[in-house]
Design a protein around this ligand. Structure first.
Ligand SMILES: [Zn+2]
Ligand SMILES: [Zn+2]
Length: 254
């Protein structure tokens, strides 16, 4: 589907990067299934080499080069009327990867334990938190929302994901926005909390102003504003932290 019109693809020439298609009146559209992995280069150093003066800033947030890799798994055929998945098709395409810049903060174990104690989905909260932090970046930095992307995690996947809130430059090579975000990342967390608590949208679903992101790989489905909680910081000053929870959209679509 492109600009509301449906097309049927008849062939795909990967070597020449040409897809042949024609306009067709279809009762479904397709939704790609892919995994995007962000490998932060140098994230495992216990003591990082000093890269610049910015490393002296009092923030646990880190700005690092990263490698973004998209792995295509296939696609869903989704009914235009009901949004139900009609068919799931597997296919293999070459992986697409590029180098970029990421800014991220590790999620403390105490926060994870608190979420699990409340019988809430930690991964879903981690995913939703990255969305809302992304949405407050333009309040502090002159940029377009499409310059950055959040790390989108499907809570239903059982494979390993690092416990962090991460944004990365969407453009190969990095556009420099992540580097600007790093010194103010903790302030953005507070701004994100304020946005969540002040936004008047419904608790179920959030809205593009607070929780939803156009860059989301999971299509923002089933998002739920539920819970905000407390306290403290890694940087020495007392900073409120937040968590937000999101139900998996795929679960609703089954
Ligand atoms: Zn909202
Ligand atoms: Zn997302």
């Amino acid at each position: 589907m492109n600009q509301g019109k449906t097309y049927l693809v008849t062939s795909l020439d990967l070597s020449r990067k040409i897809a042949s298609c024609y306009v067709a009146d279809l009762k479904y559209y397709t939704k790609s299934r892919d995994n995007t992995d962000i490998h932060v280069i140098g994230s495992k150093y216990a003591y990082r080499p000093q890269l610049s003066n910015i490393q002296f800033s009092r923030t646990p947030a880190r700005g690092d080069p990263c490698k973004v890799t998209a792995t295509w798994l296939g696609y869903h055929c989704v009914s235009r009327g009901s949004n139900e998945i009609m068919e799931t098709v597997d296919h293999v395409l070459p992986k697409y990867s590029y180098e970029s810049q990421a800014v991220w903060v590790p999620v403390p174990q105490s926060v994870k334990e608190a979420v699990i104690m409340k019988d809430l989905n930690f991964r879903a909260g981690q995913h939703a938190a990255s969305h809302v932090v992304l949405n407050v970046v333009p309040l502090r930095i002159i940029c377009n929302l499409s310059d950055l992307a959040p790390e989108c995690i499907d809570p239903e996947y059982t494979r390993y994901y690092p416990e962090r809130i991460l944004l990365y430059d969407r453009h190969p090579g990095g556009s420099g926005v992540s580097v600007q975000v790093q010194p103010i990342f903790m302030e953005l967390l507070i701004a994100a909390l304020e946005l969540l608590t002040s936004c008047r949208c419904s608790e179920h679903g959030g809205c593009p102003n607070c929780l939803q992101s156009f860059a989301c790989k999971e299509y923002n489905e089933g998002e739920v504003k539920r819970k905000l909680s407390d306290q403290e910081s890694e940087s020495g000053t007392s900073t409120r932290k937040f968590q937000k929870y999101k139900r998996c959209g795929d679960e609703q679509m089954k």
